[in-house]
Design a protein around this ligand. Structure first.
Ligand SMILES: [Zn+2]
Length: 93
């Protein structure tokens, strides 16, 4: 596993780095990153604690696709919590 370098402004936390593969907006109007592992993570821009000015623009978001976010849910072993529109829903047996 290669070392992941958090990008500028990203708070340090423990977890597994996962590339962002898409975005959506939740009911509250907050941007949510869809990670390759199947988990979602809010990507709020709340300076000075969280500096993600890129999330406020379409161009910025597109430029950040493929960058990694540290996924706490992976560390916790949480079930995946989103479905790509192109994917079939997960059916629990
Ligand atoms: Zn994850």
């Amino acid at each position: 596993m290669k070392e992941a370098t958090p990008f500028a402004g990203e708070p340090k936390r423990t977890g597994w780095p996962q590339p962002m593969v898409g975005y959506h907006v939740d009911e509250a109007g907050d941007w949510v990153a869809e990670l390759a592992c199947g988990h979602c993570q809010h990507i709020r821009h709340q300076p000075p604690w969280i500096n993600r000015p890129w999330v406020t623009t379409q161009q910025g978001r597109e430029a950040m696709l493929g960058q990694t976010l540290v996924c706490r849910k992976c560390e916790l072993g949480a079930p995946r919590d989103w479905c790509l529109p192109t994917e079939d829903p997960i059916i629990e047996r």
